[in-house]
Structures are given as C-alpha cells and as structure tokens.
Design a protein around this ligand. Sequence first.
Ligand code: AMP
Ligand code: MG
Length: 344
Amino acid sequence: MNAPESRIQPATTAALKFAGKRLREGALVAFPTETVYGLGGDATNGQAIARIFAIKSRPSFNPLIVHLYDLAAAEKVAGFDDRARALARRFWPGPLTFVLKRRADTKVSELASAGLDTVAVRAPANDVARTLLKAAGRPIAAPSANRSGHVSPTAAEHVAASLGTAVDLILDGGTCTIGIESTVLDLSGERAVLLRPGAVTAEMLNREIGAIDLADASDEKRPRSPGMMDRHYAPSIPVRLDATAVEPGDALLSFGAHAIAGFAAERNLSEKGDLTEAAANLYRYLRELDWSGFRTIAVMPIPEEGLGLAINDRLRRAAAVTEGAAAIRPKPKRRRRKQEAKTG
Ligand code: AMP
Ligand code: MG
C-alpha cells in the first residue's frame, strides 16, 4: 500500500534516535555513508541479518561488513594487530574495511561472517552514519542497499527504487560524497591482501604498512573474497568498456573532454577529468543510462591510477557477462525488434 517514497525520512535528530531504537528492535534501516547507502541491521541479531540476505537476494556465502562507531567498538568484534590498529588510526573513520579474525567472544552473528572465522569491520565517516551507530549502540551489518549484483545506491531515492517497502526505514542524508564502495583489506593472515580497491588506495596503504598483495581472481590457491564475483554492480543493459566511438543507439558514459558524436544520450563522469568527481557520479549515471531503449552503455577509458583503479574495477564487473547473466539478458537485437513491434 505504502508508496516506497514514504519510507524515506530526512535524517533529523529525532529520526536518527527513532532509527537507532528500531535497529535495536530488529528492524532494517537504510542509511547513507560516505561510500554508498547501506542496508543496516543489528549485527548481533541473527534474524535481522537473515532478512538482509533475503531482501537483497544476496548469496548466503557472501559475508557482510559490520559497521562500528570507532576503533574501540571494533576491537570488541575483531582481533586487531599492530598493522590494523595503525591503519585504523590513520584512516578511520573512513572508507576502509578490514577483514580480521573474529573474536571468540563477539556477539556478532555468524551469519554476518557467512560462517567464516573472519569478520569485515569499518567505521564510516558520514555524520548521519556515525550518529546512527551511536544511537543504536550495537555493531550494525550493512551491505549496499540494493538487490544483489545491481548498481549500488548513492541517494535515498535509489534505495527506495531498488528495495521499495522491503526496508523498514530509509534515512535520507543526501548524496554520498565518495560514491564507490569501501576499500577492503584482508589482514587476517600474515600478508596484507587488497580484496577490493576503493578511495583508500593501495599506495596510501602501502605508505603506512609496507607491501600489500593485490587479490588475483585467477589465483586458485588464494582464497579470494566471496563477494568478488565477476559480474556485479551491473545495469540491465550491456556495458562496453574502453569505447572510443559509439554505434547507433549507444548511450555514452564519458570522461573528460572528447570529440565522440552520435550517441543516443550522454553523461560525463567529470568534464575536467577529475577521478574523485567521476567516482561520486559513477552509479547515478549508470542508473540514468540504464534504459532498455538504449543498445549499450559505451564507457570511455578511465585512467588506471589512484581512484581510477576502483572505478575500473566496478566498471569491469558491470561489463562482465557470466553464463547465468548471458542466458537471462536479451540480446540487443532481439530487444530492439521487440521495441519496434511495440511502437509499430
Ligand atoms: P558489500 O557489503 O556489498 O559492500 O560487500 C562487502 C565485501 O566485503 C564483499 O565483497 C564481501 O565478500 C567482502 N567481505 C566481507 N566479509 C568478508 C570476510 N570475512 N572475508 C572476505 N571478504 C569479506
Ligand atoms: Mg554491494
């Protein structure tokens, strides 16, 4: 009955207090972080966590990030060593997640860890997120507030569009400033392994703790992050990378100044070629160009440096075609014929 929009509440002091109480009662609350909007639930409440998996249709082998107010709260959940503490002091609150060994005495549900002996923890920097974590007074598990595999939300309306009334409350705290998911660093073993690139780059980590390994998806010997599925963050129409020209019907996701012409629609991630601005715009523009009337989303090359590594990581996953996805995705030609049939 409820219009999905009715679940959206401006993140006022009163709304945040109410949301904290609802989280303690087991409700699911979507909230902004500096990276993307999260679908939050009490990490110590197995039923709340199970509902997160169900609403997102997230595979149960893919563990969640547990959000905490600060390092002191995180140390109650996970075992921090000197490296993790040094990085937390340098980058928290902020867009950096650690995978660490679970503490034996933690109350965090094993479901949040997907049965692993490790747990992912992060203290986000966004003020709404911090106030909510304080109000809840619990570790809050919060994956991105979208259906599994789809484009992550960077505004409250995106959450409502993706999850509708399945979520109990959506706190509106405006647009996410970073716009791309947190860096995930595995510190559960001797070697530090970068599982997911993000705004805290490999070079920044390197400066603090020395050498880190890059997770290699093709390396069968290394247990990779369960969430590093090839196809992810994906619009419903095909995505073509490194485009230097367009074909008729293509929507163009551009970057910087260019002379490409003939596209059906265009969004420029950053006209001045700024990677930070591009990351913040990425998911909004992917959504805006994701329309069945377009043939593909053609994406101009993005420099493979700094935040560009994280942007390209997400774009490669958005473009990846898995066997399952290929089977359910209509071929562009067929779709166009259908469209003609409808209009003709
Ligand atoms: P999301 O919450 O959707 O941004 O995704 C969180 C990412 O962190 C996923 O890629 C997960 O697979 C990864 N992750 C969470 N917990 C763990 C863990 N214990 N070990 C390895 N990767 C993890
Ligand atoms: Mg996600």
